[in-house]
Design a protein around this ligand. Structure first.
Ligand SMILES: *Cc1c(COP(=O)(O)O)cnc(C)c1O
Length: 312
């Protein structure tokens, strides 16, 4: 798998700004998305150090768990997924996890932490060498994946003589945003990176991003002032709605699919795209180059479509 340089396309969008979209959804493995970009780095470590099974965490709709279980199946590695029963309704992602033979254990969300610990302990006691991937591909490896993505964006700007004034994207567990902001801090670029929260409220949501930035910068021994980090971290929680899976982005999803042939979903990218348009209007932002990072989640588009059809 090679994620290098996912395409950036211009959208001929009728609006006061010029819009571009970077197609992380086209990463050529398991329907792509930011979880595929992160997993590629996690599995470099797994392959290099010869771990022989993987433990991770996520809900039945998790793109992360789909990609990780696909990577495991490809290698013949057992994949153990601990999943919260509060979000266990079947989805296209959970269908695929089953197809890949992932061993899914469903527990109440407050038991997840202890269950993961006991799985790791038991596997080690059996003589296995398990690798734990935090939910959503959290941690410095996930952040690193989006520093790489940020550098691809810079390269594209250089080649095309275009500067993006804003980058918008769906922000969840935070390392996509943390990676982009670390990329910006490392390069001292002037622009705004706006994470549209898809579930978490502030102050926690934003703090998780800030913590990930500190953790990553410490790992590369780069000293950046707290003021810089705080001022660069824009985490907008105005569009959270009902949390994961809110359907209010419907019109935007229909519009972008019809006019550009690009699928968005109602949990992440549709919500973020809608939030972006609203943010630009609300803040009277005009005549800027805007990049939307399409973070993937295509199987969730089909969940959206199925739900739309059955609730009509
Ligand atoms: C996980 C996910 C996000 C959020 O990424 P984080 O790094 O967790 O903030 C955004 N979009 C899609 C499609 C995702 O699957």
């Amino acid at each position: 798998m090679n994620t290098e340089n996912t395409p950036i396309q211009r959208l001929g969008f009728q609006n006061k700004n010029t819009f571009f979209i970077k197609r992380e959804d086209l990463i050529p493995f398991s329907f792509g998305g930011n979880k595929a970009r992160k997993a590629e780095l996690f599995f470099k470590e797994i392959d290099a150090r010869q771990y022989n099974c993987v433990v991770t965490y996520g809900s039945s709709s998790s793109n992360h768990c789909r990609v990780v279980s696909n990577m495991c199946a490809q290698r013949g590695l057992p994949c153990y997924i601990i999943s919260p029963e509060e979000a266990s309704a079947p989805t296209f992602n959970s269908e695929m996890m089953a197809l890949f033979g992932a061993k899914i254990t469903v527990v109440p969300v407050d038991k997840v932490h202890d269950t993961i610990e006991s799985f790791l302990e038991n596997l080690r006691a059996e003589g296995k060498n398990p690798y734990f991937i935090p939910g959503g591909g959290h941690g410095n490896i996930g952040t690193q994946a989006y520093v790489i993505c940020y550098n691809e964006i810079r390269e594209w700007e250089k080649e095309n003589g275009i500067h993006f004034d804003y980058i918008f994207h769906a922000s969840g567990t935070g390392t996509t945003q943390a990676g982009l902001i670390c990329g910006q801090l490392i390069n001292r670029d002037q622009r705004k990176i706006v994470g549209i929260s898809i579930a978490r409220k502030n102050p926690r949501g934003r703090q998780v991003v800030v913590d990930s930035i500190y953790e990553y910068l410490a790992s590369i021994a780069l000293d950046v002032s707290a003021e810089q980090i705080e001022s660069k971290t824009i985490f907008d929680d105005s569009y959270v709605g009902e949390g994961y899976g809110d359907i209010t982005a419907k019109e935007v999803i229909n519009n972008i699919l019809t006019n550009y042939g690009i699928p968005l979903d109602s949990t992440y990218t549709g919500k973020a795209f809608k939030g972006m348009l609203d943010y630009l209007t609300k803040n009277k932002i005009e005549n800027k180059n805007i990049l939307f990072l399409h973070t993937g989640g295509t199987p969730l588009f089909f969940d959206f479509l199925t739900k739309e059809r059955t609730t009509k």
